[in-house]
Design a protein around this ligand. Structure first.
Ligand SMILES: [Mg+2]
Ligand SMILES: [Zn+2]
Length: 195
C-alpha cells in the first residue's frame, strides 16, 4: 500500500499564462512573454521524472482579433527557448482560440460556447487521446477558476498556484484540490507525494 496522493502520474497538464509566464494581461507578442521565476527550473524537474508536460491554454485574444496563430507560434517559440535555458521542455501544447462573445475580431450577435475553452474539457480529452493517458494519471496545475472547473469536470486532480490570477478571477466558484505558492512549489508537492 502506498500512502502517496499521486499514483502512476505520467503526464502533468499545465495552464500557461499565470503558471509558466507572468500574466499582466493577454500575451500578444513574444516580448510580453516573461517567465515566472523558477518556472522553467520547475518544468525541468518534471522532465527529469519522465512525466510528459502538456500545456492547455485558453487564447481568446485570437477570437478578439488581437492575436493570430502565426504570432502565437512565435510566442510559443519564445516559451520554448526560455525553457531550454533551464534544460526543460514542453511535450505538447493545446489551445482554444475561441471566445463566447467574439469571432474573427467581431462581437458575436449571439454568445456561442465552444467545448474546448476551459472550463470545457475537450482539450484535455484531445491531449489524453493523443498522448495515451487518463484523468487518473495526471494532474492539472492552473491559476484560474476555469482551470479548476475543467479539471473537476474531467475528474482529474488540480493544484492552484498563487501566481497569475491566483484563483481570484471570479469566473467560476471552483476550487482546486490543493493550493501552492507557484509552479516550483507545486512540483515540490508532486515529488513529495507521488509513488
Ligand atoms: Mg492562467
Ligand atoms: Zn474553443
Amino acid at each position: 500500500m502506498s500512502n502517496a496522493i499521486f499514483n502512476n502520474l505520467g503526464v502533468i497538464l499545465l495552464d500557461r499564462d499565470g503558471v509558466i509566464n507572468e500574466e499582466p494581461g493577454p500575451i500578444l507578442t513574444p516580448e510580453q512573454f516573461v517567465m515566472i521565476p523558477k518556472s522553467a527550473a520547475a518544468v525541468a524537474r518534471l522532465n527529469d521524472q519522465g512525466w510528459r508536460c502538456l500545456v492547455i491554454t485558453n487564447q481568446a485574444a485570437i477570437a478578439r482579433g488581437d492575436l493570430n496563430e502565426s504570432v502565437l507560434k512565435t510566442i510559443t517559440e519564445k516559451m520554448d527557448s526560455e525553457l531550454e535555458k533551464s534544460g526543460s521542455h514542453i511535450d505538447g501544447q493545446y489551445y482554444c482560440p475561441h471566445h463566447p462573445d467574439w469571432e474573427n475580431g467581431q462581437r458575436r450577435t449571439e454568445a456561442k460556447q465552444c467545448t474546448c475553452r476551459k472550463p470545457g474539457t475537450l482539450l484535455l480529452e484531445q491531449a489524453a487521446a493523443e498522448h495515451g493517458f487518463s484523468a487518473a494519471d495526471t494532474v492539472l496545475i492552473g491559476d484560474s477558476t476555469s482551470d479548476f472547473a475543467a479539471a473537476a469536470k474531467w475528474g482529474t486532480c488540480s493544484i492552484g498556484v498563487r501566481t497569475g490570477h491566483a484563483g481570484q478571477d471570479g469566473k467560476a466558484s471552483a476550487e482546486p484540490d490543493y493550493w501552492k505558492a507557484d509552479l516550483w512549489d507545486a512540483v515540490d508537492f508532486l515529488l513529495e507525494n507521488s509513488s
